[in-house]
Design a protein around this ligand. Sequence first.
Ligand SMILES: Cc1cc2nc3c(=O)[nH]c(=O)nc-3n(C[C@H](O)[C@H](O)[C@H](O)COP(=O)(O)OP(=O)(O)OC[C@H]3O[C@@H](n4cnc5c(N)ncnc54)[C@H](O)[C@@H]3O)c2cc1C
Ligand SMILES: NC(=O)c1ccc[n+]([C@@H]2O[C@H](COP(=O)([O-])OP(=O)(O)OC[C@H]3O[C@@H](n4cnc5c(N)ncnc54)[C@H](OP(=O)(O)O)[C@@H]3O)[C@@H](O)[C@H]2O)c1
Length: 251
Amino acid sequence: MSAWVEGTVVKLRRWTDELYSLQVKADIPPFTAGQFTRLALDIDGERVARPYSFVNSPGNPLLEFYFIIVPHGPLTHELIRLQPGDSVYIATRPAGFFILSELPDAEVLWMLSTGTAIGPFLSILGDDVVWERFRKIVLVHAVRTVAELTYQDEINALLEQHPEQLQMIPFVSREDTDFAIKGRVPAAIEDGRLEARSGIPLNAENSQVMICGNPAMVRDTTRVLEARGLKKNKRRDPGQITTEQYWKDSI
Ligand SMILES: Cc1cc2nc3c(=O)[nH]c(=O)nc-3n(C[C@H](O)[C@H](O)[C@H](O)COP(=O)(O)OP(=O)(O)OC[C@H]3O[C@@H](n4cnc5c(N)ncnc54)[C@H](O)[C@@H]3O)c2cc1C
Ligand SMILES: NC(=O)c1ccc[n+]([C@@H]2O[C@H](COP(=O)([O-])OP(=O)(O)OC[C@H]3O[C@@H](n4cnc5c(N)ncnc54)[C@H](OP(=O)(O)O)[C@@H]3O)[C@@H](O)[C@H]2O)c1
């Protein structure tokens, strides 16, 4: 099997100057909600490939990826030039273990994301399994500014479908709002604001926590959760914290 499938761009949606969603048609094998693939373009004669989480749920033939232009990033600066009908390469094999089958059962599932890492959670929430496995689900999207609280239509549709089961809690760190928690996720867990807002206790007995995005947020949130008795979830040593980081921590 070849490592790459040539996909066709259907749409590039611009949310803000930095945030985009790319929709692609490509004949790839099935993936599991929460997994990622690699996108690639040939740039100056070299194939430049990077991992991206699926935003669409399995079974949806329109593949979707949500990305931010990172300063001096070689691939993202080319992805935003794509037009409908252009080609983009997609890795044949999906990858990753940020998937529900890796998680032990619990009453509550906390989905904690920064920035573009809301993507894999939307994929998981669009799949039936999550609604069957968890009694309560709390989706957290932490961003710098209100304009970065994207995918509101999709989230509102999920809230309407699952009013008793799903909560969405936005965090905005660099603007004042009358609806979002101000600041960062680990601080709001530590001082109890996240539990107060959700009305749900977060502890090792009732919760599974999935954390995705900025590696510093993943690290700091893991520390705060460990301090209250949760531990990393490993296949041979099950715990409550399952993580995926989008780049390497600089510390
Ligand atoms: C498993 C996995 C899944 C990923 N899924 C996504 C996704 O769904 N959406 C997405 O936007 N990115 C995602 N990424 C990051 C993505 O692979 C690229 O690194 C990113 O799009 C930048 O590519 P680039 O070639 O422009 O720059 P790169 O050379 O890859 O990155 C340059 C630098 O930018 C920073 N950086 C990279 N990615 C991000 C980011 N997302 N946000 C903030 N800073 C970043 C890092 O410091 C990095 O060293 C994922 C990464 C991994 C490991
Ligand atoms: N968003 C933009 O407008 C913008 C513009 C130009 C370039 N970029 C670049 O794009 C990349 C990603 O930007 P982004 O806005 O998606 O993601 P981000 O920088 O990861 O910020 C998303 C959220 O995560 C929070 N965060 C950062 N470190 C944390 C930690 N240790 N613990 C808990 N929360 C933490 C941020 O809070 P704080 O605000 O407190 O840091 C913010 O609320 C960055 O490399 C950035 O340089 C972004």
